[in-house]
Design a binder for this molecule. Structure first.
Ligand code: AMP
Length: 403
């Protein structure tokens, strides 16, 4: 069975074609500059052959057409006929209170997704365009919405409700939705396989640390808390996002710096975080380079990052009445040994001890990599995330349930 996974952004569309018996990616690609001019880059992973060409993409419909043409191409393609694709799984960033599990695309599901525009105004319209594009080219292929927020739907009300006027939260659907749910789910499931316990008995802190970062407490396979909130701005310091700050800082900065209400979101999302503190870059590699040159603000940005990770690990150990494992994933989590080491330093009281040498050699060890020291009561893993595989699996499951 072939499942196509699509991740549609405002001017881009990423795709991967899975063969589900072996859960193998046969081909992948990226359509970019949609609405501007258009370019597709496609790789046949069976042969390693790759091409890149310019194709006019005024809308997502043409991008979808280009993707299908690439998948069917005599030289670079991997399927013979469009009907070989059993279903398409769409990555959806925000399902709000309306879509909380993988859902077959129907007129009703589309109406629910349209309601999410108010909660995720940047992501939802491109998702809708991506779905529309696939529908135009493959009208008879079932499609499934796989929602990033759905893994967090199990967070208890006391952890997902912000302490503001309850009538205001209810009226505007304000609550902790979290983000990166598909990634947290994947690494928590992988981690559970490596802990010699039934998943119902596991307590795992998953740290998805990338340009955007979130940390989750996963107890018995279910999320009980997560660091991102109503939007992906909450939680720890990120590349250029501030994370959680005293809310009173926001109107104060608006007044003192003359920032109007329609620009303050940009300030919090694009001018803060590692970039704002270091004054150097939102990319942690650049921050490290600046630290090596003696930049004190860069060091401060790094210190904030590892301190905030440590605080969440401690808080989530408290929330779950213990912790069996801490997992690191995504760009920083998978690659940055200094972040892993320093964020879990001096946590022996919780039973967390990282093996410095294993931590340094993560890339040369087979994944998932256990970097805990001998005798560490809590296991520490580095697990590369695979959101596309989760989307493919969920899509297959919905499809199978229709039979
Ligand atoms: P992501 O959003 O998951 O792509 O992660 C982006 C972040 O990962 C950036 O802050 C990068 O600096 C960081 N990153 C990516 N590769 C490396 C690496 N090899 N070493 C350290 N940090 C890295």
């Amino acid at each position: 069975m072939f499942i196509l996974v699509v991740n549609a952004g405002s001017s881009s569309l990423k795709y991967q074609l899975f063969e589900m018996t072996k859960e193998e990616v046969l081909a992948k690609g990226l359509c970019e500059r949609i609405g501007i001019d258009g370019k597709i880059t496609h790789t046949n992973l069976q042969t390693g052959e790759k091409f890149s060409k310019e194709v006019a993409m005024p809308t997502h419909n043409e991008a979808t057409r280009a993707m299908i043409d690439a998948l069917l191409d005599a030289q670079y393609g991997v399927i013979k006929d469009m009907s070989d694709i059993s279903a398409i799984g769409h990555r959806v960033v925000q399902g709000g209170p309306w879509i909380t599990k993988p859902t077959l695309v129907t007129d009703e599901a589309i109406e629910d997704l349209k309601k999410c525009v108010v909660l995720a105004p940047l992501h939802t319209p491109p998702h809708l365009q991506g779905i529309e594009g696939c529908k135009a080219v493959m009208p008879n292929t079932p499609m499934v919405l796989v929602i990033d927020t759905s893994f967090h739907a199990t967070i208890p009300e006391y952890a997902s409700t912000f302490p503001i006027d309850i009538n205001v939260s209810r009226k505007h659907h304000i609550k902790r939705y979290g983000a990166h749910g598909t990634s947290h789910r994947y690494v928590a499931q992988e981690c559970a396989k490596w802990l010699d316990k039934p998943v119902e008995e596991t307590k795992i802190v998953t740290c998805h640390l990338g340009n955007g970062s979130s940390i989750s407490a996963v107890k018995g396979g279910k999320v009980v808390d997560t660091s991102m909130g109503f939007t992906p701005l909450d939680g720890i310091i990120m590349g250029s996002r501030c994370g959680a700050i005293d809310p009173a800082v926001v109107p104060y900065v608006m007044e003192k710096e003359n920032i109007p209400v329609d620009k303050i979101g940009d300030w919090m999302n694009k001018k803060c975080g590692l970039l704002g503190v270091s004054g150097v870059s939102s990319d942690l590699r650049d921050v490290h380079a600046a630290i090596a040159e003696g930049n004190k603000d860069a060091k401060l940005a790094f210190d904030i990052l590892v301190y905030e990770i440590k605080k969440f690990v401690g808080a989530y150990a408290a929330a779950m009445n213990g912790v069996d494992a801490v997992v690191f994933t995504a760009g920083i989590g998978e690659n940055d040994h200094e972040v892993r080491f320093h964020s879990l330093k001096d946590m022996e009281y919780l039973g967390i001890k990282v093996d410095a040498e294993k931590n340094l050699s993560v890339r040369s060890l087979p994944a998932p990599c256990d970097i805990s020291a001998d005798g560490s009561a809590v296991r520490v893993f580095v697990i590369p995330t695979n959101e596309e595989l989760v989307i493919a699996r969920d899509t297959k499951e919905v499809l199978d349930s229709l039979k």
